[in-house]
Design a protein around this ligand. Structure first.
Ligand code: HEM
Length: 515
């Protein structure tokens, strides 16, 4: 008697459980399915199949198999990859606010003084708005960028002068470009009043080394991001390394700030003049002024400095290297760029920023390089703050969304002969495309509310340094070197092999940079 009762009880429990599972798993009528995607392994998901380099290429191959929107699991993280212009538009324009969150990696939280920066802070935080306003409207406004032009120009001239020491010898062009852009950036950040050239050079050298280390660590996949439950063990030791770096940065920032505060006090006592044009002073002034309605903490000041130094230097110099590499590989285009610079600047002066609007072919060549080699081929991943729908598929809240602009900017349906370097396309059929992300076929600086905050400064630094180098020297590939145009995926996609070139001075032009 007892047995049939127990059996019916068990059947009832099983029935209820099955019904429960069925109702949970069964997609609700009005909720679209998740995008298709490859199967992975239990626990680790698709992670073992991603390989160790060139994630954008793996993602592009998967798009050929699964379509312009697909999902994959990396550990227990759901990721969605978008690889077509119309779907990218749905994300960054039509649903911009929903997709304006980030999903910051553990190491990014450390290096940004606890998400006190702009790149990784949450869109919904009022602080993010305030910081972005400070950077875009105060520090990088048209008048501020103009005001620190002298500091930038001095470093471009120095960059050209430094190359003169290696005339006729092979040099690593990427390294030269990096030195020029970090020096220009540091000068704008801090250069107005630093005491002692040598001291400045030493500190800038330390920044340079630290930035390189940050890029290496941020570029490594971190087990703590994929399995957050393991984060406290820091299995690869990356968080420990990043903490060391942020401590070094902190020391450098503290000494810069202290030195500046002492210097400003001294000045104001001596002659009542506290005005300085560099970014550090602008930030410190804002921190002190309460009447501006902006209340910024010291950690936010440091994190903003970090965004500028890290976000603005490697990107700019990497693009100098890629553009030079494409011009070396395409001598006809190089000839046109050089001819245009010679026509506009002549041999009576050095390149300066007033020449840039007239260098239309150079502009087209740089844009074409951004198309083929965007330094952030997957942008900075987005994260929806709510369940959303893209291309008829559900993208749940918290999904990490990659926009594969590398794939979109080489899509044969959008670009004629997409693999060819053809600057002319930006003078004819694609003349209207710019860096503002209004057209989802082309967005090397991103798009929408989270697009790059430093476009105009990055553009000025890149164009003026490159034009000056081409004006002052002829550049040729060093003997035995290859110019292979292959990228290596990382937080910034650089050339896999460095570009080793031999500079030959163009004496009548070079003299204007040596003063
Ligand atoms: C060639 C130079 C540069 C390139 C290619 C570049 C590219 C990018 C990209 C692709 C993003 C992500 C956009 C998105 O998610 O849609 C970004 C974000 C950002 N960039 Fe740049 N960038 C450059 C220069 C600069 C400079 C010079 C600065 C500052 C002085 C800067 C500051 C930022 C900041 C603060 C963000 C985060 C914006 C946010 O999340 O709200 N960048 N950049």
């Amino acid at each position: 008697m007892l047995f049939p009762v127990a059996l019916s009880f068990l059947v009832a429990i099983l029935g209820i459980s099955l019904w429960h599972v069925w109702t949970i798993r069964k997609p609700k009528k009005d909720i679209a399915p998740l995008p298709p995607g490859p199967h992975g392994l239990p626990i680790v998901g698709y992670l073992p199949y991603l390989g160790t380099d060139n994630l954008h290429l793996v993602f592009t191959d998967l798009a050929a198999a699964y379509g312009p929107i697909y999902k994959l699991w990396l550990g227990n993280k759901l990721c969605v990859v978008i690889s077509s212009a119309p779907l990218a538009k749905e994300v960054v324009r039509d649903n911009d606010i929903t997709f304006s969150e980030r999903d910051p990696p553990v190491c990014a939280k450390i290096i940004t003084f606890g998400l006190n920066d702009i790149v990784f802070d949450s869109y919904s935080s009022p602080d993010w708005r305030m910081k972005r306003k400070v950077l875009v409207r105060e520090m990088l406004s048209h008048s501020s960028i103009k005001a620190c032009y002298v500091l930038r120009r001095e470093q471009v001239l120095k960059g050209v002068q430094n190359v003169a020491q290696s005339a006729g010898k092979p040099i690593d062009f990427g390294e030269t470009a990096f030195l020029t852009s970090i020096n220009a950036m540091m000068s704008m950040l801090w250069g107005g009043n630093q005491e002692g050239e040598q001291k400045g050079a030493d500190v800038w050298g330390q920044f340079r080394d630290l930035i390189t280390e940050i890029m290496v660590i941020l570029g490594k996949p971190n087990v703590s991001d994929i399995f957050p439950v393991l984060a406290r063990f820091d299995i690869q030791g990356l968080e420990k390394e990043m903490t060391k770096i942020v401590n070094s940065f902190d020391k450098l920032f503290n000494s810069m700030i202290e030195e500046r505060e002492n210097f400003s006090n001294k000045l104001s006592k001596e002659d009542g003049n506290t005005e300085a044009k560099d970014f550090l002073q602008l930030l410190l002034d804002l921190k002190q002024k309460n009447d501006s309605g902006i209340s910024i903490t010291m950690n936010q000041v440091k994190a903003l400095l970090m965004d500028i130094v890290v976000g603005g230097t490697d990107t700019t110099s990497t693009m100098m290297e890629w553009t030079m590499a494409e011009l070396i590989a395409n001598p006809e285009a190089m000839k046109k760029v050089k001819q245009e610079i010679d026509d506009v600047v002549g041999s009576d002066a050095a390149v300066d920023e007033t020449h840039l609007p007239k260098l239309r072919y150079l502009d087209a060549a740089v844009k074409e390089t951004f198309r083929l080699h965007p330094p952030m081929p997957l942008l900075v991943p987005r994260c929806p703050c709510d369940l959303s729908n893209v291309g008829g598929y559900s993208v749940p809240k918290g999904t990490r969304v990659f926009l594969n602009i590398w794939c979109i900017q080489r899509d044969p349906q959008l670009w004629e002969n997409p693999l060819e370097f053809k600057p002319e396309r930006f003078l004819t059929d694609h003349e209207k495309l710019d860096y503002l992300g209004n057209d989802s076929r082309y967005m090397p600086f991103g798009s929408g509310r989270r697009m790059c905050a430093g476009v105009s400064l990055g553009e000025k630094m890149l164009y003026s340094s490159l034009a000056a180098m081409i004006h002052a020297y002829d550049w040729n590939l060093a003997d035995g070197e290859e110019n292979d145009l292959i990228g290596l995926f990382g937080i910034i996609m650089k050339k896999k092999k460095p570009l080793i070139l031999v500079p030959t001075p163009r004496p009548s032009n070079l003299q204007h940079y040596m003063k």
